[in-house]
Write a protein that binds this ligand. Structure first.
Ligand code: SF4
Ligand code: SF4
Length: 371
């Protein structure tokens, strides 16, 4: 295993880490807990969960006490989160997480799913960060972090505003452009950077031809290549993989085992190819982001990217909004476009944004899971 230092904490984190939101059979907590133990025995020492990932915290609650008995509490680091907007709700969330996981403290506690600057400022003004600090003083939380899907520029604003110790953000070969400045800012300020979703939610391994140029070695699987794309990035502390089963663990371990650092020139070439290969894709440059209706167009177009890659898959769009952007099908944002055309004039890729928004609106209106 390769270990990297998490920001300025002095803690060494495995270069691939375990995300707890994709266990194959969540109802079979014994099997999922066995997988967690296996992951730990392979040298992976960072586990990420959240109260909203079905019964993920309960699964860790089954596995971690056994790991502690065998290898000690210092043999792993646990990360969980709260999206609470008030101090009392944040405290309650932490107590629930501790009790579910049978732990006395959380290593990395995240202000969770921060969607935009206003959302961040509201929570901060309400005192959420103050209670985080109090919980840290009480020893219930070791490090205060943020988990976000904001653009790179907004991530930079937030980490300039508050001394978070680490950031958890979606970052992969598919969307690196969108978060580039955030990753740069976090790493140069000395924060730990955990990249979630390095396989683009499974889209990269499911489309090996499309992503074949990621490969830098002979006989390399595209999933290995996507993981190594991030291993080659010194700014990333760890890539968080939502393991479903042992097969995926083995794939990730083989990406680590056969990892060879590539030159900066070669890495730049891959990044250039990635940008070029996705011509009809939104590159998340953000130039269109001044919609009079406050529609977050880059987020909408990001979800549409998945529709294109997964060959008109409605479910891909629904999943992206639900799991990544925390937008429910009945969110009014899907129905707010007045077709003024401002965004299309600004779009650097000249994308048919209005048409795409119509398709998204139709998909989300017919989503049976609508609240
Ligand atoms: S066309 Fe729709 S999405 Fe684009 S700027 Fe106008 S209202 Fe916003
Ligand atoms: S300007 Fe175009 S490519 Fe850039 S974020 Fe907006 S929709 Fe995407």
């Amino acid at each position: 295993m390769i270990y990297n230092e998490y920001g300025k904490s002095g803690i060494k984190i495995s270069a691939i880490s375990c995300g707890g939101m994709r266990f194959e059979k969540t109802e079979d907590t014994d099997a999922a807990a066995e997988l967690v133990k296996k992951i730990h025995s392979n040298g992976i020492n960072y586990f990420d969960t959240a109260p909203g990932y079905t019964n993920s915290e309960q699964i860790f609650g089954k596995a971690l006490p056994e790991i502690i008995r065998k290898s000690g509490r210092e043999s792993f680091y646990i990360s969980t989160k709260t999206s609470a907007e008030t101090p009392s709700a944040a405290k309650k969330d932490l107590e629930t997480s501790l009790s579910r996981m049978n732990l006395s403290y959380i290593d990395f506690y995240h202000m969770w799913c921060v969607m935009d600057i206003q959302d961040y400022e509201t929570r901060k003004k309400n005192g959420v960060l103050k209670i985080f600090e109090q919980l840290k003083d009480e020893g219930l939380v070791k490090h205060i972090c943020i988990s976000t899907h904001m653009s790179g520029d907004d991530i930079k604003k937030v980490i300039d505003d508050y001394d978070f110790e680490g950031v958890l953000l979606g970052y992969s070969a598919m969307n690196f452009n969108y978060r580039e400045r955030g990753v740069d800012a976090a790493s140069s300020k000395g924060l730990g950077v955990i990249a979630m979703n390095p396989l683009g939610g499974g889209v990269i391994p499911q489309n090996p031809k499309l992503f074949s140029f990621l490969k830098t070695q002979e006989n390399e699987a595209v999933a290995e290549a996507a993981i190594r794309f991030l291993l080659n990035d010194d700014r990333i502390t760890s890539s968080l993989i939502g393991f479903s089963n042992e097969g995926q663990l083995n794939e990730a371990m083989s990406a680590i085992a056969g990892f060879k650092k590539i030159s900066e020139t070669k890495r730049e070439k891959i990044r250039k190819q990635l940008k070029e290969a996705f011509n009809e894709f939104c590159t998340a440059c953000g130039y269109c982001n001044s919609c009079p209706q406050n529609i977050p167009i880059p987020k909408m177009m990001d979800a549409f990217n998945y529709y294109l890659i997964e060959k008109d898959s409605r479910q891909a769009v629904i999943n992206r909004f639900k799991w990544h952007w925390c937008l429910a099908p009945d969110d009014e944002l899907f129905r707010k476009c007045v077709k003024c055309g401002k965004c299309e004039k600004l779009c650097t890729q000249k994308l048919p944004i209005i048409k795409r928004l119509e398709i998204i609106r139709e998909i989300m209106s017919n989503e049976p899971d609508k609240k």
